[in-house]
Design a protein around this ligand. Structure first.
Ligand code: NAD
Ligand code: MG
Length: 400
C-alpha cells in the first residue's frame, strides 16, 4: 500500500484536529506534507514537531518568521510561508495526493480551487467554497480530473448510500440511477424547542453550545440558525446534481442517521453512526477501503429511539433563505454565503442580535438580484458586493 501524502488546510481547527487524530492512528498509510493555519502559531508549531511536514503556512509574515525560527531551533527543516498564495501552493504541491479542505468560510475558496485545478483528491469540509462557487468549482474538478469526497457528515452519508457507479463518477445523473430524493438530516441545533419569542436574547455562548456535535464557532452559530442546513442543501445540489425540489430536510434530534437516499422503488438507504467527524474523515481518507477512526461503536440500545420531524421554516428563516438563493441560482448563493459570514461574525462580536441574522441576509439578497456566475471573478465580485452591502446595513443599524 502506497503512502498517501496529505495537505491539511485548517489543521488547527475542529476538522483539522480530527483529521490529525485519524492520521496519527495510521502512520504507515498517511504522511503529512503540509499543514496550514491562520493564527494559532503555538498549536501549529506542536503539530509540525509531531508530523514533520515539509511545508507549513500561517496567516501573516510576523507569525511565519517566529514559527520558522522556533522550528529551526527544534532541528526541523520545515519550510514556512504566509499568505493566500502560500495556501494555494500548499494545496497544489506536486508530491501531495490529497488535500483536506478545512478552512472555514470564503477564505478557503482559492486554495480548495487550487487543489481541484491540480487534480488532487479533495476531502471537502469547507462547504462555503462550494456554496459560493458551485459551478466554477465543479467545472474545475471535472476538467482537471480531481476526486471530490465529501466530509460534511450528511453528504458523506449520502455518498455512502449512493449506487457504487455514482461514487466512482460524479457526473452520473442520480434520477437516471433511480434516486428520487436526498433526505438531509438536521439535529435542529440548540434552539429546536425554545420559545421563538425568547430567541432575541440569545448570546453567542448559548448559540455555539451544540447539543450533539463539537465544532468551530462559525458553523455552530450556523447550526443554531439552521443556515448550516441551508448551506448543506446548496452543497448537496452541487455535489450530487440534484434540484432543490429533490432535496428535503428532516429534523432528527439524535444525530445518528447522518442522511438518507430515497430510491424510486421505495427503498431508503441511510448511513448511521455516532456523531463524530472522524467517521466521515476516515471514510474519505481511506476510500474505497475502511480504516479504524477511533470512533466508539454505535450503541443502538443506549440510543433507544430515533425521532424525525418536519423543519419549522418560521422558526428558522435562514433555511428558507437558502432554498430561495438556490432557486434563484447564479450569484445568489454567493450573496447568501457572504451576507451570512458578515452576520455571524457581527453576532459573535456582540454587534448583531441572533434574530437579526436572517433579516440582514434577506435584505442583502433583496438588494442584489442574481447575476450569472461563470468565472472565479464573478464569484469574487458577488462575494465582495454582498459583504459591502451587509456591512453597510450593519453600520446603518449601529448609527440608528
Ligand atoms: P474551525 O473554526 O474550528 O477551524 C477553522 C480552521 O480554518 C482553523 O484551522 C483556522 O486556522 C483556519 N482559518 C480560518 N480563517 C482562515 C484564513 N483566513 N486563512 C487560512 N486559514 C484560516 O472550523 P471547523 O469547525 O473545523 O470547520 C471548518 C470547515 O469545515 C467549515 O467550512 C465548516 O463548515 C466545515 N465543517 C465542519 C464540521 C465540524 O464538525 N467542525 C462539520 C462539517 C463541516
Ligand atoms: Mg453537516
Amino acid at each position: 500500500m502506497a503512502t498517501l501524502n496529505l495537505t491539511i488546510l485548517g489543521s488547527t481547527g475542529s476538522i483539522g484536529l480530527s483529521t490529525l487524530d485519524v492520521v496519527r492512528r495510521h502512520p504507515s498509510r498517511y504522511r503529512v506534507e503540509a499543514l496550514c493555519a491562520h493564527r494559532q502559531a503555538d498549536l501549529l508549531f506542536e503539530q509540525c514537531c509531531e508530523f514533520r511536514p515539509g511545508y507549513a503556512v500561517i496567516g501573516d509574515a510576523a507569525r511565519a518568521d517566529a514559527l520558522r525560527s522556533r522550528l529551526q531551533a527544534a532541528g526541523l527543516t520545515t519550510e514556512v510561508e504566509s499568505g493566500p498564495e502560500a495556501l494555494e501552493r500548499a494545496a497544489s504541491l506536486p508530491q501531495v495526493d490529497a488535500v483536506m479542505a478545512a478552512i472555514v468560510g470564503a477564505a478557503g475558496l482559492r486554495p480548495t480551487l487550487a487543489a481541484a485545478k491540480s487534480g488532487k483528491r479533495i476531502l471537502l469540509a469547507n462547504k462555503e467554497a462550494l456554496v459560493m462557487a458551485g459551478p466554477v468549482f465543479m467545472h474545475a474538478v471535472r476538467e482537471h480530473g480531481a476526486v471530490l469526497l465529501p466530509i460534511d457528515s450528511e453528504h458523506n452519508a449520502i455518498f455512502q448510500s449512493l449506487p457504487d457507479d455514482f461514487q466512482s463518477d460524479l457526473s452520473n445523473s442520480l434520477p437516471a440511477r433511480g434516486v428520487r430524493r436526498l433526505l438531509l438530516t438536521a439535529s435542529g441545533g440548540p434552539f429546536r424547542q425554545r420559545d421563538p419569542a425568547s430567541l432575541v436574547s440569545v448570546t453567542p455562548e448559548q448559540a455555539v453550545a451544540h447539543p450533539n456535535w463539537s465544532m468551530g464557532r462559525k458553523i455552530s452559530v450556523d447550526s443554531a440558525t439552521m443556515m448550516n442546513k441551508g448551506l448543506e442543501v446548496i452543497e448537496a445540489h452541487w455535489l450530487f446534481g440534484m434540484d432543490a425540489d429533490r432535496i428535503d430536510v428532516v429534523i432528527h434530534p439524535q444525530s445518528v442517521v447522518h442522511s438518507m437516499v430515497e430510491y424510486v422503488d421505495g427503498s431508503v438507504i441511510a448511513q448511521l453512526g455516532n456523531p463524530d467527524m472522524r467517521t466521515p474523515i476516515a471514510h474519505a481518507l481511506a476510500y474505497p477501503e475502511r480504516i479504524d477512526a477511533g470512533v466508539a461503536p454505535l450503541d443502538l440500545f443506549r440510543i433507544g429511539r430515533l425521532d424525525f420531524e418536519a423543519p419549522d421554516f418560521g422558526r428558522f428563516p435562514c433555511l428558507a433563505l437558502a432554498f430561495r438563493a438556490l432557486r434563484a441560482g447564479g450569484s445568489a448563493p454567493a450573496t447568501l454565503n457572504a451576507a451570512n459570514e458578515v452576520a455571524v461574525e457581527a453576532f459573535l462580536n456582540g454587534k448583531l442580535g441572533f434574530t437579526e441574522i436572517a433579516p440582514l441576509i434577506s435584505a442583502t439578497l433583496d438588494a442584489l438580484p442574481a447575476r450569472p456566475l461563470d468565472t472565479l471573478d464573478d464569484v469574487l465580485a458577488a462575494d465582495e458586493a454582498a459583504r459591502g452591502l451587509a456591512r453597510a446595513h450593519l453600520a446603518d443599524r449601529a448609527a440608528a
